[in-house]
Design a protein around this ligand. Sequence first.
Ligand code: CUA
Length: 156
Amino acid sequence: MHIHKLEKIWLTIGIAMLFVFLAVLGVSAFAMGVKPPSEHHHQIDPAKVKETAPFDQPGIHQTGEKRFEAVMTAFTFGYAPDAMEVPVGSTVDFMVTSQDVVHGFEIPGTNVNMMIVPGEVSHVSHTFTQPGTYLILCNEYCGGAHEFMKTTLIVK
Ligand code: CUA
């Protein structure tokens, strides 16, 4: 009799805990939104990328000694600008957003690999110590010509 009663109590507590957990999970998901917070992203209207500075003029410009900022847009199926060049030893601060769907941004041979989500601006920096032609590739499936989506960065 005693054991039976205890089991009931523990079962009740177990179910109650489950509901509390689900409620906390549900409330926090609604309150915080589905996206994880990150200070490395800021918001942009993906439909207005072409009119929103600095993405209205994608390109690479020098911001310091051996330091460049690459303002880039990703779209089906390519990137703007379609070619860039920096001197060897330069650090490039990439600032990328998408005009349409989720794309990837990977530079093989480096640790640069990020996701480009419409509505967000993604940042990554890399110092290019070796000369060469670096491919920038999309590694998120984004449609029919996904595998042809690329641009280049020449380091010399
Ligand atoms: Cu863009 Cu795959």
